[in-house]
Ligand binder design. Structure first.
Ligand code: NAD
Length: 437
């Protein structure tokens, strides 16, 4: 049984920890945030992720999963050390590596016998080598550790499924011994023939950025196609469906919307751009994806304003959905932030509702009224705007909403509402790239 410590019990660290415990390893999830660890130890889960609660409880009960804020002791007890701290956007779009390097320092101070040091955080290409040098310079015997880049591809909202049944696991290392240990950590996957790919460290680091940037590019592309559909009278859903039937394209990530957000795409694209600039390699497609996404967020506010003939002054708008996508309470870089700020800047007022992300949004935006019930949020409003594709918004009682509103404007930035119904109920409405009656 491998003994593993995860350093950084955020979204990725927690899911990785519980996932590796589920694979049969003995895992300590550690963090410098003592409150978070205390919370976990008392049985409460700091993030919203479907199914997480249950699987954590099961692995704690069978003693394969523990939580600790004593990072040094946890390192001493473990053979595999997984770095899963944040790498937020830093200066000039570069990834801020200070958390990762600080963890590398802690590791180098506490290596007592052979360890595999694994980076799961998304780090710029070349970081692995820097981490190896940093640790090598501090330990007496450089053979005491090997290094692995093991990027993570989970999606918030389906993180557990993505971790337990991944499309691929990338193990980037120069060491055969470390590779075998990592294969063993992921043993149930390789028994089930899930593809485990062995690469160099740099290739593994590149795979993560190349994958995320491509997905973001795909979103920006379909958003721009949707905008053109509006101008020429085509229906983007039919276009996207037909495009997706082509196996070379695939139908995934071809859903038009209000622009991508979240803790990964925006910062990872900026980081890739900055890496390409530092290497004097032009990546025009990545810059274009970023620009298109910024435009799309602004375009949603403009759509709303246009529905009011250019004037949002004193208008009361219900914004439904705050998280950057469904099934998560993560609001980082969510398009809802741009929408709310856009409304307030133009003199309007916001009633906000999200099934679980109200508290997160309230931490950064105060001058908004937050509601626990969707139907309370739409009371006496001039307009309703859907910003997140939560399932509960797919089956709205539109008649009831119309009765409660004082106005008749409806903007669906996720294209999840039946337009025929909006039309027949007399709403003045808009969406992203679909033909309207
Ligand atoms: P997060 O902000 O949710 O969590 C980071 C955690 O690290 C926090 O709990 C923080 O307290 C802890 N931490 C910071 N410094 C520490 C230290 N010195 N010692 C111990 N703990 C420390 O971040 P996240 O969303 O889990 O992302 C982590 C990494 O994984 C990032 O590089 C991110 O790009 C990458 N990633 C994220 C996702 C995702 O969907 N969130 C998916 C794939 C990859």
């Amino acid at each position: 049984m491998n003994r593993i410590v995860i350093i950084g019990t955020g979204y990725v660290g927690l899911v990785t920890g519980v996932g590796m415990a589920e694979f049969g390893n003995k895992v300590i999830c550690s963090d410098i945030d003592k409150k978070k660890i205390d919370k976990l130890n008392s049985g409460s889960i700091p993030i919203y992720e479907p199914g997480l609660d249950e699987i954590i409880k099961r692995n704690v009960k069978n003693q394969r999963l523990t939580f600790s804020s004593n990072i040094k002791e946890s390192i001493l007890k473990s053979d595999v050390i997984v770095i899963a701290v944040g790498t937020p956007e830093g200066k000039n779009g570069q990834a801020d590596m200070s958390f990762v390097f600080s963890v590398a320092e802690t590791i180098s101070d506490n290596i007592n016998d052979y360890k595999v040091v694994v980076t799961k955080s998304t780090v710029p290409i070349g970081s692995g080598k820097k981490i190896v040098d940093l640790i090598k310079n501090k330990v007496d015997n450089p053979k005491l550790f090997d290094y692995v880049s093991n990027p993570e591809f989970l999606r918030e909202g389906s993180a557990l499924k993505d971790f337990l049944w991944p499309d691929r696991v990338i193990i980037g290392t120069d060491s055969k011994k470390a590779y075998e240990i990592m294969r063993n950590v992921y043993r149930p996957l390789y028994i089930n023939k899930n593809p485990i790919t062995h690469t160099s460290i740099e290739t593994a680091e590149m795979i993560k950025y190349a994958s995320n940037s491509f997905l973001a590019l795909k979103i920006s592309y379909i958003n721009e196609i949707a905008n053109l559909c509006e101008a020429v009278g085509a229906d983007v859903h039919k276009v996207a469906n037909a495009m997706g039937q082509d196996g070379r394209i695939s139908d995934k990530f071809l859903h038009p919307g209000p622009g991508y957000g979240g803790s990964c795409f925006p910062k990872d694209l900026e980081a890739l751009l900055s890496i390409s600039e530092n290497n004097n390699v032009k990546m025009e497609t990545v810059q274009a994806a970023i620009n298109a996404n910024n435009n799309q967020k602004k375009r949603m506010v403009k759509k709303l304003t246009n529905l009011f003939n250019g004037d949002l002054l004193e208008k009361k708008i219900a914004v439904l959905g705050l998280s950057f996508k469904a099934n998560t309470d993560d609001i980082r870089k969510s398009s809802s932030i741009d929408m709310i700020k856009g409304i307030i800047n133009k003199g309007g007022f916001v009633n906000a509702y999200d099934p679980i992300a109200n508290n997160e949004m309230a931490k950064i935006i105060k001058n908004v009224d937050y509601f626990d019930s969707l139907y309370d949020a739409v009371n006496e409003v001039d307009a309703v705007v859907i910003m997140t594709e939560w399932n509960e918004f797919r089956s709205l009682d539109l008649k009831r909403i119309k009765r409660k509103m004082r106005g008749d404007i409806f903007l669906d930035t996720r294209n999840i509402i039946n337009m025929d119904e909006l039309f027949s109920l007399g709403f003045t409405y808009d969406n992203v790239g679909r033909i309207k009656k």
